[in-house]
Design a protein around this ligand. Structure first.
Ligand code: NAD
Ligand code: IPM
Ligand code: MN
Length: 348
């Protein structure tokens, strides 16, 4: 089988971790008789430099016609006061692919509890899938810029909630059978709509799945207090952004956390959840595991290569368990040497 990947390394550590992921995908291709075509294009801050826009029309065309899109990270201090920011390109990419469900798994593997900043007994057994709504809410509402007054409108429609909630319930059926829906229904109208839509869908189509509702402020607390109580966490765009950064460090580092963004029929988008990490960019320090696990998710969700995905995940587990890793997880490796070791473990 041959797959076309729109490959967008982006800015900061983006190219470093994206290259590591590409190497691992190429190792897997060699072993499994798969073929991948990487079509690399500018995206984010580097695209502003090259083409005057973070998401140039030609990059968009390539993404829409690919089998999947792989992204490193975008942004950085250089563009923080630009009139069009790299981050707006990322929002436009997500919207144009219509990838409304952002899957962000956080897993603490047996034997890896000591990587967590939490007490080992709290980190033990943590296996959470955050399903973050990705193409609605305050990220895409009407915006009024200003230095005296500014506003960001948060809106959700029932169909927008239904379609992402359905993905969360379906995922729960293949896991521990529990969904925690997180909202701010005590204050926000969108929170009340969110909760009512989730309750109605649960009653009509998923009564077999356990459902609980938690307000977002309490959720921030409970994630730290008892993270192993959670299975699938369903939430809106902004809350999912914040809670997933928080959840990622339970496993040891944001550098470990992958994501897949999926739509009903659309091209999938795969990216680590971290940003361009300007503080460590260009120093071979970034942890490439989040990017490599995102590549595994791409193999699984977009290409149907579940075995290849599992092979990568197992290679990473065993490498990390042997004490290899970048500095953020207490290891001595650089980005490149860790990627090389993962390839070696894969038998390449
Ligand atoms: P960040 O995720 O880039 O970094 C936060 C902290 O985590 C930093 O200390 C960084 O060194 C560390 N970190 C991040 N990735 C790491 C990795 N792979 N290995 C080891 N350590 C890692 O968040 P930030 O500093 O708030 O944002 C920097 C820029 O990235 C901003 O412009 C922001 O808008 C952008 N951003 C982009 C994305 C994306 O492209 N998907 C995601 C988040 C932030
Ligand atoms: C993420 C990032 C993005 C978001 C930014 C860079 C637009 O933080 O992917 O988590 O907020 O979704
Ligand atoms: Mn984020």
């Amino acid at each position: 089988m041959s797959f076309k990947i729109a490959f967008l390394p982006g800015d900061g550590v983006g190219p470093e971790v994206a290259d590591a992921a590409r190497q691992v995908i190429e190792c897997v291709a060699g072993r499994r008789n798969l073929s991948f075509e990487f079509i690399e294009r500018p995206f984010g801050g580097c695209a502003i430099e090259q083409a005057g826009h973070p998401f140039p029309a030609e990059t968009k065309e390539i993404c829409l016609n690919a089998d999947a899109v792989f992204l490193g990270a975008v942004g950085g201090p250089k563009w923080d006061s630009a009139s069009i920011r790299p981050e707006s390109g990322l929002l436009a990419l997500r919207k144009s692919l219509d990838v409304f469900a952002n899957m962000r798994p956080v897993t603490v593997l047996p034997g890896m509890e000591h990587q967590s900043p939490l007490k080992s007994e709290r980190a033990e057994g943590v296996d959470i899938l955050i399903v973050r709504e990705l193409t609605g809410g305050v990220y895409f509402g009407e915006r009024e810029e200003g230095t005296e007054k500014a506003s960001d409108r948060c809106a959700y429609s029932k169909p927008e909630v239904d379609r992402v909630a359905r993905i969360a319930f379906e995922a729960a059926r293949n896991r521990q059978g529990k969904v925690t829906s997180v909202d701010k229904a005590n204050v926000m109208a969108t929170g009340r709509l969110w909760r009512a839509a989730v309750i109605a869908l649960h009653e009509s189509d998923y009564p077999d799945v356990a459902l609980e509702h938690v307000l977002v402020d309490a959720m921030a607390m409970k994630l730290i207090q008892a993270p192993s109580n959670f299975d699938v966490v369903l939430t809106e765009n902004m809350f999912g952004d914040i809670l997933s950064d928080e959840a990622s460090v339970i496993a040891g580092s944001i550098g470990l956390a992958p994501s897949a963004s999926l739509g009903q029929t659309s091209v999938g988008l795969y990216e680590p959840i971290h940003g361009s990490a300007p503080d460590i960019a260009g120093q071979d320090k970034a942890n490439p595991i989040g990017a490599i696990l995102s590549a595994a998710m791409m193999l699984r969700y977009s290409f149907g290569e579940d075995e290849a995905a599992r092979e990568i995940e197992n290679a990473i587990d065993s490498i990390v368990r042997d004490g290899h890793g970048t500095a953020d997880i207490g290891g001595n490796d650089g980005t490149c040497s860790l990627a090389r070791k993962i390839c070696q473990r894969l038998g390449a």
